[in-house]
Design a binder for this molecule. Structure first.
Ligand SMILES: *[C@@H]1O[C@H](CO)[C@@H](O)[C@H](O)[C@H]1NC(C)=O
Length: 985
C-alpha cells in the first residue's frame, strides 16, 4: 500500500468544536483586600470587622489564624505586578479596603496613605496595560460602622454611598469597571444569620434578610450616583455592576416537587439579589416574599422577616447594573425531601425547604452553563462578567503540580465557550480566583485557591507559579483550551478512569462464528441473502466461515485474557439455538457451544455481556413477515426464555437488541442490511414497534421470572450519531439537528428512558401530519396503547450506546427528498464533513467532541441514566498491525468520555471497543476492518495477530488512563500529527 503522509494535524479534526474566545473577551484574576494585603494597622489603616473578630476570638478560623500579614501585598506590589504580567491578564480584579481609606468608616477622616496606596496600585496596572477592575466592598467593614448597626442597619446606605463617592472622585478618571459589592448573600447570610463570618452574629432567618435589604439600596444609590455625577465626567465609558454568587440547583428527580425545591433554592441564594436588579418586575423573587411571609406568620412574628421595598425603592433598584458579575464554583442537586426537624427555625435553610447537596466531582461544569442560560432567559440577556471561578484544595494536598485545578479551569472555560457560542450568552470576561493562595476566611490558610503558591511560613511570603498559572497563561495567549498543553517540565494533565469503570470488547455471532450450517444450525437472513445474491456484498463474500470463532473458543478467550478486558460482549445466534426460529426445538449443539464459551470466560474472570439479537434473524421468521410483523414479539420472547433458562444462572448482563435503527430502517426501509427491503417511511416504523415491544416484554418476563436475585441487568443498545447544526448560528439548522436526533436515536430511546414514554412527541406529530398529507388513512408510525407505553417505560437497567461518528445537519425542504421517507420525516439532511479524518468506512469519522455532546444530550434528555458504551471503534484497510490511526481514535474518544464523566457528570459505567477481531463487516464484507486483532482470511485456519492497538488498549485498562506516548514493545512510536492516507484495496 502506498503511504502518503499528508500534513494534516489530527487536532484539526476537532476544528468545529475548538471555539476560540472572542477577540474582545477579557481574562483576569481576582483577589480581595483583607485576604492578601496584611499591614492590618499599618499606614493609618483602621480596624475592620475581620480584624476585630479574629483578634478577639482565640480560634475563629480553621487554623486559628488571622490576616494581619496575609500575603503582605501591602508591601509587595511589585511582586504582584510581576505575576500579573507573567500571566498576561487583561485585567486585575481587586478590592479596596474601606478602613484603609476611611479608618473610621465615615467620610470625615480620610487616610492619605491609604488613598495613595491604591493610586499606586492602579497606576502601576495601567502602566502595564492591565485594566483595574475594582470591588468597593469585599467584606471588610470598618469597625466603627459595625458599632453603629452594621449592614442590618438601613442607615449604612448613606455611609456606603459617601465612601463610594470618595472612590469615584479619587479613582474615577482611571477605573472604568466597578463592582459595588462582592457576594452579598455570603456576607449577609454568613455574617448576620449563621455567624460563620465576621461579625459572627447568628440572627438566623432575620439578620441576613435585613443586611440584604440595606445592601441592595446601597448598591442602587451608588449606581445612580455614578450615572448622575461621574459617568459623563469621565468620558462615558465607565461601567458599574454588582457581583453575585451563583450555584445552579438541579432537581434530583424530574418531578414537580424537586423542581420547585430546586427553584426555591436558586431564588433564595441567587434571585435574592439578581431579581431586584436584573428582572423586569424588580423586587425580591415571589417565592421568597411569599414563603418568608407565610413562615413568619406560622412562627408568630408580627410581620414578615423579609423587609419589603416601597414601589419607589423597587424602581430605584431595578436596572442598576451595567453588567452582572457572577461568581461560580459548583452546582447542587436538590430534592423536596427535606427534614425540617434537623434545622434551626427560623432560618433561611428552613425557609427554602429543599435538601441540596453539592455535585460529587467539582470539575463537573454543566451547572454553570445552565445558570448562564437561565440568566439569559430570565433577565433579558444581560452582559455577564465572570468575576470569580476557581478550585480550592486543602493546603496539605495542594501542590505546584495542580492537575485538579488545571482540569477545573479547562472544564469551566470549555463550558463557557459552549455558553457563548451555542447558547448565545453574553459573557464578556472571566476572572480566575485567585491570583495567589491567600487568607481563605473561616478556613484560614488551610485552603488554597491560588494560581501562585504562597509560602506563609516564610516572612517574605515568596510566590511560586503552579502548573495552573502556566496553563491559564497559555489559554490567555492562545485564546483557546488545549487539554494537552503541558508547561515545560510538566506532563499533560489527564483524568483517570474511576475504579469501578469496566472495559470490554465486542463481536457478534454472524460476524465471527462461521460454521453457518454446522451441528444443526438453521439458516438466517444473512445466510440466505449472501447465498442467493452474493453481489450485494462489496467483496462478494459472506459469513460462512468468518473468523471461525465457532471452533476457537479456547484461543479467543486467551486473547481476551491478554487484552485484560473486564467483560466480553458477544451475541447469540438465534438459528444456532432454535434452528427453525420457533421454540419447539432447541439445538443441543448450539447450547453446548455457548455454554463452552460462557464457562471459559468465567473461568478467566471475564464477565459475559450477552446480546440476544444482533441482526441474524432465522430465515423462517422472515418468511412470516420478519420484524415488520407484531407476531415476532412473542416469538422473540419465546427465544429469550430459552436463553434465560439455559444460561441465566451464569449470565447476568443482557442486551436485548443491537441497534434497532440498523435492523429496522436499514433492513426494511433503506436496502442497506438484510433482508434488503425498501419500504421507506413504513417498514422501518412497523419494525420499530415490534422490536420495542419485544424488548419490553422480554424485560418484564426476565424481571418477573428469571431475576429473582436481582443481580441481572438488562438494556437495549441503540446506535447514535451526534447531529450538529451545519451553521451553529442558524435556528433552522439547530432545530433540524434536534429533530434528526429524535428521529434517529430518540425514536428507540424515548419510549424506554423518557419520563413520559412513547415515541418522541415532535416525531409523532410530524409523521402523523405528513402521513395525512400524503393520503394515508392512518399514520405510518404505529400507535402504542397506553398499556404498551407503560410497559415500555423504564424497561431497562442501563442504556446501551453504540457510537462512531458525528453529522452536520440542515433543515430539509420538501423538494430535496422523496416522500414518504424517513429522511423527510426527520426534517433534516445530514452529512459528514470532509474536514474530518475518515476511517476506512465512510460513516466513521474522528469527531470526539460529538461523542461527548451526545453523551451529554442523553444525560439531559433521559435524566442521567446509566450508560454502557456498547460499541466504539475505527476501521482500516489491510492487515497492517501498526494501527496508529485506530490508536489515535481510541485515545481521543476515551479522552472525550472521561470529560463526559468528570466535566458533564454523565453516568457512564462501561466501555466496549468494537471490535475484538477483524470480521465480516456486513455489506462491506472483509474489506473494512475494526479489529484489535488482525486475521488472515486467506488462511483456512484464520490465524489471529494482536495489533498495536490491542496493547495500547490493554495499557489503558491496566493504567486506567490515556497515555498518548505509550508505545508497546516491538513497535515504533506513532506520529499522531500526520495521518497516513488509506487507499481502498
Ligand atoms: C417446529 O415448528 C416449525 C413450525 O411449525 C416446524 O416447521 C418444524 O418442523 C418444527 N420442528 C420440530 C423439530 O418439531
Amino acid at each position: 500500500m502506498r503511504r502518503l503522509v499528508i500534513a494534516l494535524i489530527l487536532a484539526c479534526a476537532c476544528k468545529a468544536q475548538d471555539y476560540e474566545f472572542p477577540s474582545d473577551f477579557e481574562f483576569g484574576v481576582g483577589t480581595a483586600s483583607y485576604q492578601i494585603e496584611g499591614g492590618w494597622d499599618d499606614g493609618g489603616k483602621g480596624e475592620n470587622i475581620w480584624d476585630f473578630v479574629l483578634h478577639n476570638n482565640e480560634c475563629f478560623t480553621a487554623d486559628c489564624s488571622n490576616a494581619d500579614d496575609a500575603c503582605m501585598s501591602y508591601y509587595k506590589m511589585d511582586d504582584d505586578f510581576q505575576m500579573l504580567e507573567d500571566l498576561g491578564v487583561d485585567f486585575y480584579r481587586f478590592s479596596i479596603s474601606w478602613s484603609r481609606i476611611l479608618p473610621k468608616g465615615h467620610i470625615y477622616e480620610v487616610n492619605p496613605e491609604g488613598v495613595a496606596y491604591y493610586h499606586q496600585l492602579i497606576d502601576g496596572l495601567i502602566e502595564r496595560g492591565i485594566k483595574p477592575v475594582v470591588t468597593m466592598f469585599h467584606w471588610d467593614l470598618p469597625m466603627q460602622l459595625h458599632e453603629t448597626g452594621s449592614w442590618t442597619n438601613p442607615r449604612l446606605v448613606d455611609s456606603f454611598v459617601s465612601y463610594a463617592d470618595l472612590l469615584f472622585q479619587e479613582y474615577g478618571d482611571k477605573v472604568f469597571t466597578w463592582t459595588t459589592f462582592n457576594e452579598p448573600y455570603q456576607f449577609c447570610e454568613w455574617g448576620y444569620s449563621t455567624g460563620l463570618h465576621a461579625p459572627a452574629y447568628a440572627q438566623n432567618g432575620i439578620g441576613g434578610y435585613l443586611c440584604g435589604h440595606t445592601v441592595l439600596l446601597a448598591h442602587a444609590k451608588t449606581y445612580r450616583l455614578y450615572q448622575e455625577s461621574y459617568k459623563e465626567l469621565y468620558g462615558g465609558q465607565g461601567e458599574i455592576g454588582i457581583t453575585i454568587h451563583g450555584a445552579w440547583r438541579e432537581p434530583v428527580e424530574p418531578t414537580d416537587e424537586d423542581r420547585a425545591a430546586s427553584d426555591a433554592a436558586l431564588q433564595f441564594t441567587f434571585g435574592w439579589f439578581a431579581n431586584p436588579i436584573f428582572s423586569e418586575t424588580g423586587n425580591y423573587p415571589t417565592v421568597m416574599i411569599e414563603t418568608i411571609e407565610a413562615k413568619s406568620n406560622e412562627e408568630n412574628f408580627r410581620r414578615s422577616r423579609l423587609p419589603s421595598f416601597t414601589q419607589e425603592e423597587i424602581d430605584l433598584i431595578k436596572g442598576t447594573s451595567d453588567f452582572l458579575g457572577l461568581n461560580y464554583y459548583n452546582s447542587y442537586y436538590c430534592s423536596a425531601d427535606f427534614d425540617n426537624s434537623a434545622v434551626t427555625v427560623p432560618s433561611m435553610t428552613n425557609d427554602i425547604g429543599a435538601n441540596c447537596r453539592g455535585v460529587a466531582v467539582s470539575t463537573e461544569s454543566w451547572g454553570l452553563r445552565k445558570l448562564l442560560k437561565y440568566i439569559k432567559t430570565e433577565y433579558n440577556n444581560p452582559k455577564i462578567l465572570i468575576t470569580e471561578n476557581g478550585y480550592g484544595v486543602n493546603s496539605a494536598a495542594d501542590s505546584l503540580d495542580d492537575c485538579d485545578r488545571t482540569n477545573y479551569f479547562n472544564s469551566y472555560l470549555h463550558t463557557l465557550l459552549n455558553s457563548i457560542y451555542e447558547d448565545g450568552v453574553n459573557v464578556i470576561g472571566y476572572t480566575a480566583w485567585s491570583l495567589m493562595d491567600n487568607f481563605e476566611w473561616q478556613s484560614g490558610y488551610t485552603r488554597r485557591y491560588g494560581l501562585y503558591h504562597v509560602d506563609f511560613t516564610d516572612p517574605e511570603r515568596p510566590r511560586t507559579p503552579k502548573r495552573s498559572a502556566f496553563v491559564y497563561g497559555n489559554i490567555i495567549s492562545t485564546r483557546k483550551i488545549d487539554r494537552f498543553f503541558a508547561p515545560t517540565s510538566y506532563e499533560a494533565c489527564i483524568y483517570t478512569f474511576p475504579d469501578e469503570f469496566e472495559f470490554g470488547c465486542a463481536t457478534s455471532s454472524y460476524q465471527v462464528e462461521g460454521a453457518w450450517d454446522v451441528d444443526g444450525k438453521g439458516e438466517n437472513i444473512w445466510d440466505y441473502m449472501t447465498h442467493t445474491d452474493p453481489g450485494v456484498i462489496t467483496d462478494n463474500n459472506n459469513g460462512d466461515i468468518a473468523c471461525n470463532a465457532y471452533y476457537k473458543t479456547e484461543e479467543d478467550v486467551e486473547l481476551l485474557e491478554n487484552l485484560g478486558v473486564d467483560f466480553y460482549r458477544f451475541s447469540l445466534s438465534w438459528s444456532r439455538i432454535l434452528p427453525g426460529g420457533h421454540a419447539n426445538f432447541t439445538n443441543p449443539a448450539g447450547i453446548d457451544y455457548y455454554n463452552g464459551l460462557i464457562d471459559a470466560l468465567l473461568a478467566k474472570g471475564i464477565t459475559p455481556l450477552v446480546t440476544l439479537f444482533h441482526w441474524d434473524l432465522p430465515q423462517p421468521l422472515q418468511e412470516i413477515g420478519g420484524w415488520t410483523s407484531p407476531l415476532l414479539v412473542d416469538l422473540f420472547v419465546d427465544y429469550a426464555e430459552v436463553i434465560f433458562q439455559r444460561f441465566g444462572d451464569r449470565v447476568k448482563n443482557w442486551i436485548t437488541f443491537n441497534e434497532p435503527y440498523q435492523i429496522c430502517q436499514e433492513g426494511y426501509s433503506e436496502h442497506n442490511k438484510a433482508p434488503l427491503y425498501t419500504q421507506d417511511g413504513i417498514g422501518g416504523y412497523l419494525c420499530a414497534y415490534t422490536v420495542l415491544m419485544a424488548h419490553a416484554k422480554t424485560y418484564e418476563i426476565y424481571q418477573s421470572r428469571y431475576n429473582s436475585d436481582k443481580e441481572g441487568k438488562m438494556g437495549i443498545t441503540v446506535h447514535g450519531i451526534w447531529s450538529h447544526p451545519q451553521d451553529i448560528n442558524s435556528d433552522a439548522d439547530k432545530e433540524a439537528s434536534e429533530s434528526k436526533l429524535q428521529a434517529h436515536f430518540g425514536i428507540y430511546l424515548h419510549p424506554i428512558y423518557s419520563e413520559e414514554g412513547n415515541f418522541p412527541p415532535s416525531f409523532i406529530e410530524r409523521v402523523d401530519r405528513l402521513s395525512a398529507e400524503e393520503g394515508f388513512p392512518w399514520s405510518r408510525l404505529p400507535k402504542f396503547t397506553q398499556e404498551e407505553i407503560d410497559l415500555l417505560k423504564g424497561s431497562a437497567d442501563f442504556l446501551g450506546f453504540n457510537h462512531y461518528a458525528t453529522d452536520l445537519c440542515y433543515a430539509l425542504s420538501a423538494d430535496e427528498t422523496r416522500r414518504p421517507s424517513h429522511e423527510y420525516d426527520s426534517g433534516a439532511r445530514c452529512y459528514k464533513s470532509d474536514m474530518w479524518e475518515s476511517a476506512a468506512s465512510s460513516w466513521v469519522k474522528v469527531v470526539p467532541w460529538g461523542f461527548r455532546k451526545l453523551l451529554h444530550w442523553i444525560k439531559e434528555q433521559y435524566n442521567n441514566p446509566e450508560v454502557v458504551v456498547t460499541e466504539n471503534g475505527f476501521s482500516t484497510f489491510g492487515n497492517d498491525v501498526t494501527d496508529c490511526r485506530r490508536i489515535n481514535y481510541y485515545n481521543v474518544y476515551l479522552e472525550a468520555l472521561l470529560q463526559a464523566i468528570y466535566e458533564d457528570g454523565c453516568k457512564i459505567t462501561k466501555y466496549t471497543a468494537w471490535s475484538f477481531l477483524d470480521n465480516f463487516e456486513w455489506m462491506d464484507g472483509y474489506l473494512e476492518k475494526f479489529g484489535l486483532h488482525s486475521i488472515d482470511f486467506n488462511d483456512p485456519n484464520r490465524p489471529r495477530t494482536a495489533k498495536m492497538s490491542s496493547y495500547v488498549y490493554n495499557n489503558i485498562i491496566t493504567t486506567r488512563k490515556i497515555n498518548r506516548d505509550f508505545t508497546p514493545t516491538g513497535f515504533d512510536p506513532c506520529d499522531f500529527d500526520v495521518i497516513p492516507e488509506m487507499e481502498r484495496p
